[in-house]
Structure formats: C-alpha cells, structure tokens
Design a protein around this ligand. Structure first.
Ligand code: CS2
Ligand code: MN
Length: 360
C-alpha cells in the first residue's frame, strides 16, 4: 500500500505541499490540472510544472484525479470521437511524466452530491451530509446554486460554474440516455482508451458513483457489485480498472465493501483506493464521519484487512475529512482530519501486517 494525499494545486488549495510532506507515511500526491477545460488535451508544460512542484517538495506524482470525461462521450454524440482522441493524447502526455493511474468517473452531469457541506456534529466539528428527501424535492439548477454558495469560495470538482450554467441544456441532451445507453457509451470509450493505456502503462481507475444510485432522474452505472463486474469485463484488461472508494460504495448499506475489495482487488483491478468512513442515517441518508470505525457504519479494520489479504500494493488516500480545530477551507479537503485519517489507516495496516507476519 502506498499512501497518498489529494492536493488541488497552489492556486486552489490552502493546504501546502510542505504541510502534506510532514504527515508520516505520505509518499505521493494525487493531483490534477484544474485550469484545462474538460475535453481538452493536457499540455505537457503544465504537467511538467505540477510534477516538478510535487517532486521539489519531496514527494511523487503517480496518480491523477481526475481527468474528467466530456459529457458528449457519456451522451454518445458524434463529437465524442474528437474528445476521445484528446483523451488518448492526455494519457500519452501523462505517461511521459511517469503517471501510473488516472482516476475518473462516468456520472452524467454531476460529480458527487451532498445536500450539506458543513453539518455540525455533536463534537463541534463539521462534516458533509446527504439527505435523500432534499435531493428528491430539489430542482438541480437550484442545487448547483446552493453548492456554489456553500463551498467557502472553492469550486467543487465537477461543479464548475461554466458547466452548471448549461444545466438545462445538458439535461435535454441526456433525455435519451438510459442505463443501457450510458453503459454502451462507456464501453465505446474504454475500447478506444485501454489500448493506449496498455501501450503507455497507465491504468484507468473508474470511481464509483456518489451516492451510488440514480439522482435527478439521471442514469448511474457504477453503483454495486454487478455494475463493477460488468465494467471490468467490458474490456478485459488490467488497465481497465477501478478506484475503490469505500465511502461512495458504502453509502448503500447493501454493498459489502470488504467483499468488493476481496473480489476486485483480488483480481488486480484496483490500482487506487479511497478509504473513508460514512454513517448511515436511514432512508438513504448519510453523513461523513471521522475515519475511525466506531464513528461510522463501516468497519475500517475489516476493510484494511481485506486489502491486506489480497496483497494490495496500490495507491491509497484518505478521503473527505471533517473540519476540525477551527480549520476552514475546501469542504472535505482540510488538512487536519485527513492527516488523522492517514495516521489511523497507517496504524491499522502496520498492526495487520505485523500480525500476519507473526502468524505465518
Ligand atoms: C472525489 C470525487 O471529492 C470526491 O468525492 O472522490 O470528486 C472523485 O474525485 C471523482 O468522482 C472521480 O472522478
Ligand atoms: Mn472517493
């Protein structure tokens, strides 16, 4: 397991590389370019600059999260071929700088969705929450506005204002796209991307839908065991892989996260994992708790145990943290609670690993 930490770049993150470097066990940064419009080729000069910043700070850059997929690809418009060509070139450009994994998602229009970005917990910290009732009753255009007004001035990934401005138009374009169509469009994309990945030794790691169910009437196809199995079998290559996000998958109480890890990481299809806890609140509602098992509904010990059992040697990062100790910043991506998450996951791993060796 190689511990990493997500960083949004100098212009876009309050947390600095020097701070991240001081978290024990963090070796690598999970980064991205945030100023390249979705669908365009990532320029080598910009990749070089990011790589250089990270290495100067004493860490590695081998995982990108995310190279987002243009909606025309997900909708299956004729213009998709041009965007797929651009994506292929981005893969080549990233490979030139030693990138090994590209995380992406295939959710129509929206990236992850929460209804509250700063819900106060009994201990005075704040966290993100999701209320199905609110999502069922809200018009997505208003939702976009409330996310923009609530994120401390940061642009949430996937919620870029230029895209949100075209929301009505986008919804119309998705009108004929059901789950089957979306799945065919994913296959079309992967069939053209994976050969380039194989040539360049870069793994595509699809992130599950968050929450793992349809919202606003839009189709979602990365939600459970059957979906994930279908996806890895669509193009049967180790380069067609998954980002196993325990929180996103765990938001559905029916998903047995350790079993998913054993199955998919056990088949070498999980180069990258997001490990966090969430707390089920009934009726599809949840909030993001601290990483510690007893704070939420997922057993992080069992999760790390499952990774250990299959000999997992991929990249891991803690996921969304709460805001604690008065920290302000990008919701989910403060320094302190994620650093505590790293320490906790590292401690679990050390104990599991030493226990396994002693028993052998
Ligand atoms: C991330 C997602 O912040 C988060 O919740 O896990 O934004 C993730 O980066 C994308 O869905 C992957 O493309
Ligand atoms: Mn995640």
């Amino acid at each position: 397991m190689q511990m990493t930490f997500r960083w949004f770049g100098e212009e876009d993150d309050k947390v600095t590389l020097d701070q991240i470097r001081q978290i024990p066990n963090v070796k690598g940064i999970v980064g991205a370019l945030y100023d390249v419009p979705v669908g365009e080729v990532w320029p080598v000069e910009k990749i070089a600059r990011l790589k250089n910043q990270v290495e100067t700070a004493g860490m590695t850059l081998e995982v990108i999260e995310s190279v987002n997929i243009h909606d025309d690809i997900k909708i299956g418009l004729p213009s998709r071929d041009k965007y797929i060509e651009n994506y292929q070139q981005t893969i080549r450009n990233l490979a030139g700088f030693g990138i090994k994994v590209i995380c992406y998602n295939f959710m129509p229009i929206f990236d992850w969705v929460r209804t509250e970005l700063a819900r106060e917990l009994p201990d005075g910290s704040t966290t993100m929450g999701y209320d199905q009732f609110i999502v069922d009753g809200i018009d997505p255009v208003n939702m976009a506005k409330s996310v923009a007004g609530d994120s401390n001035g940061y642009v949430m990934p996937g919620w870029e204002p230029e895209r949100m401005a075209q929301l009505t138009d986008l919804f119309e374009k998705y009108a004929g796209v059901d789950e089957q169509k979306l799945s065919e469009n994913l296959r079309y994309f992967l069939e053209r991307i994976i050969p380039v990945c194989e040539e360049n030794d870069v793994k595509m790691a699809l992130h599950p839908d968050d929450p793992p169910r349809s919202i606003f009437g839009l189709p979602r196809i990365v939600t459970n065991f059957a979906d994930l199995k279908n996806i890895i079998e669509m193009v049967d290559s180790p380069y067609n892989a998954l980002t196993l996000c325990t929180g996103s998958l765990g938001e559905n109480p029916e998903n047995d996260v350790p079993a998913l890890i054993r199955y998919f990481a056990g088949r070498d299809r999980v180069p990258f994992a997001h490990v966090r806890n969430i707390k089920h609140l009934g009726n599809g509602n949840f909030e993001e708790s601290a990483h510690l098992s007893e704070m939420g509904s997922l057993d992080l010990y069992e999760i790390m145990q499952a990774f250990h059992e299959v000999g997992f040697d991929g990249y891991v990062r803690p996921d969304h943290g709460r805001m604690i100790w008065g920290e302000t910043g990008r919701p989910g991506y403060g320094l302190y609670d994620r650093a505590i998450g790293v320490a906790y996951l590292t401690g679990l791993w050390e104990a599991i690993d030493k226990g396994a060796k002693a028993a052998a």
